[in-house]
Design a protein. Structure first.
Length: 211
């Protein structure tokens, strides 16, 4: 059965893919409909600890959302499109906004552990792209605003808030599993990246392709 057929009349427009250490957000969903990935064709089952591998649909902050508690990583299988079937099903189920989250290492001294950074763009060091092997002009998707500016503006906390631990910057995406090495970190800083992660960079390409 597809995701659309499993929603039991619910119609979330926003989906959130939770990264490492963020699984607890799924526990905050009210009146949850929980569907294990094993029951959704095409949804990859994560093999890394901290990724539960379940879809939770319900209310979060008063809004109906679909929360993906965990994801598979390209380095687990060598497949950059490992999350592609899941994102396609989200789109077919009526999802209009996809929020990607991940844990990352800071490349900026003033960005301390526990800080929130809004990704504005990424530098893809992974050498992977989920559109490779796909034929036709649909391969050539615009990436200028892959991280949607209006959505970013809504998510960015008010800067006037005292002691705000949030900022925005570009992310350096590495192939993983190791996420940072000193030379690459130095290179990323020189290219204006402010965080490094081995989890995220292929997904925005496919999100842009399905937009």
């Amino acid at each position: 059965m597809t995701l659309a057929s499993r929603l039991a009349g619910r119609s979330p427009k926003t989906a959130i893919i939770l990264g490492s250490s963020l699984g607890g957000i799924a526990d905050r969903v009210e009146n949850p409909l929980v569907i294990p990935y094993t029951e959704l064709p095409g949804f990859p089952v994560p093999k890394i600890s901290g990724h539960a591998g379940k879809l939770v649909v319900g209310k979060l902050g008063g809004k109906e959302v679909a929360v993906l508690a965990g994801r598979a990583h390209p380095y687990e299988s060598g497949n950059p499109g490992v999350m592609r079937p899941a994102i396609e099903q989200l789109r077919e189920a009526g999802i209009e906004t996809l929020i990607l989250t991940n844990a990352a290492g800071s490349l900026k001294k003033t960005m301390r552990p526990g800080s929130i950074m809004l990704i504005t763009d990424h530098i893809n060091y992974s050498g992977m792209n989920p559109l490779v092997g796909q034929h036709g002009d649909e391969n050539f998707v615009p990436m200028t605003d892959a991280y949607d500016p209006p959505t970013r503006k809504k998510l960015m906390p008010r800067r006037k808030r005292k002691r705000s631990r949030s900022s925005k910057a570009s992310m350096s995406g590495t192939p993983g599993p190791p996420s940072k090495r000193p030379p690459r970190s130095a290179c990323s800083r020189s290219l204006a990246a402010r965080q490094s992660a081995c989890r995220q960079s292929p997904k925005p390409s496919w999100r842009a392709a399905t937009a």
